[in-house]
Write a protein that binds this ligand. Structure first.
Ligand code: FE
Length: 350
């Protein structure tokens, strides 16, 4: 009997304490869910590039990051997953691709004073859905031996008859070239842009083919004398582990065009928060982190891109290419003009 009474008393104590055992974890999980412990990043950017940033963020925030990497098809995947999507953030390159997410209503509107402060206004969405995270310039590569730098001042020059049979290009319909053509439409109008593209096609040394690196290789091999490439490929080739690629880089110089008028055309890498993210607070923290010094510095050091945040200095290699004036066109315009650009590309057979 005494034993039973003791057992009852003991349980009463246990029951009393159990309340706290139940309440504390609930409190803690409420606090934690406000700041997610895991984030899922859908990335078109290659793991070698983004892993170092994401690691730095994990260390700083204690939030674990899972990456789904795919070179294409992530927008379709987000669409198919709908509300059940585990994605919190999407990272990609080119305004055309960022816009594809906005078009399909896959990005949430974000109100972040940090992002607004770190990213120049012409390189982010006026409706705060996508944000530029790094910059790249589409430059002209010239043969060191067969072309003098003063022979090319503007991108428009590539359509001059003097370059007949001397230009190499990847297909016009690639987003990089489509964006470049859209920037010419924005500056000079559609008719001018069409004449320019037709002139460029007339000057081609061979049918448009290959990626940006392949154009540098073609200059090295003497197939052509000038080509259009994204600036970071120059850094990648110069520092490549493959000695042959370093030779390609040695055979060229890069020219920033339009320095006495609107400035060199630039594009961005960027990202946005997935519309159905369950961890928006942490997702915004990650985007903010990507625009701050640690990550901005890494974009230059690992991939030879320009910082988007004016407070971060370019990496030493990037700096060695020289300061230049970049086109201040609101980059949204390029997305808006992209289908007009594509029509011209189809028409002139670029
Ligand atoms: Fe690229």
């Amino acid at each position: 009997m005494l034993f039973l009474r003791k057992l009852y008393k003991g349980n009463k104590v246990l029951i009393k304490h159990t309340k706290y055992f139940l309440i504390f974890p609930m409190l803690i999980s409420t606090i934690l869910s406000a700041q997610a412990q895991e984030l899922n990043v859908y990335s078109h950017r290659q793991p070698f590039l983004i892993n170092p940033f994401l690691k730095a963020f994990e260390e700083k925030s204690g939030v674990k990051i899972n990456i789904v990497f795919a070179s294409k098809g992530l927008a379709q995947r987000l669409l198919a997953e709908g509300k059940r999507s585990p994605a919190d953030i999407v990272l990609t390159v080119d305004i055309g691709r960022l816009y594809a997410y906005v078009d399909k209503n896959l990005f949430a509107e974000i109100n972040s004073p940090v992002l607004k402060n770190n990213i120049p206004s012409h390189l982010r969405d006026t409706k705060n859905r996508w944000f530029g995270l790094s910059k790249r310039a589409r430059v002209v590569a010239i043969s060191r031996t067969r072309v003098r730098p003063e022979e090319i001042a503007d991108i428009e020059d590539l359509a001059l008859p003097k370059w007949k049979g001397r230009v190499c290009s990847r297909p016009g319909s690639h987003v990089y070239n489509r964006a470049l053509l859209a920037s010419i439409i924005a500056a000079k109008g559609e008719q001018f842009a069409e004449n320019w593209a037709a002139g460029l096609v007339k000057n081609l040394a061979r049918r448009p083919q290959g990626n940006d690196r392949a154009q540098v290789k073609a200059i090295y091999e003497g197939v052509c004398d000038v080509a259009i490439i994204n600036s970071y490929y120059y850094g990648k080739l110069k520092t490549s582990k493959i000695s042959e690629q370093r030779e390609w880089a040695k055979s060229i110089k890069i020219i920033f065009t339009n320095q006495t008028n609107r400035g060199n055309h630039i594009n961005i890498s960027g990202g946005g928060v997935a519309i159905h993210s369950k961890n928006k607070t942490s997702a915004v923290k990650l985007l903010e982190f990507l625009t701050e010094n640690t990550a901005q510095d890494l974009y230059g050091k690992i991939n030879f891109e320009f910082p988007i945040n004016p407070k971060t200095a370019p990496s030493l290699e990037v700096k060695s290419w020289g300061a230049f004036k970049s086109d201040q066109l609101p980059i949204e315009k390029i997305a808006e003009l992209s289908s007009n650009a594509q029509k011209i590309i189809d028409k002139v057979g670029w």
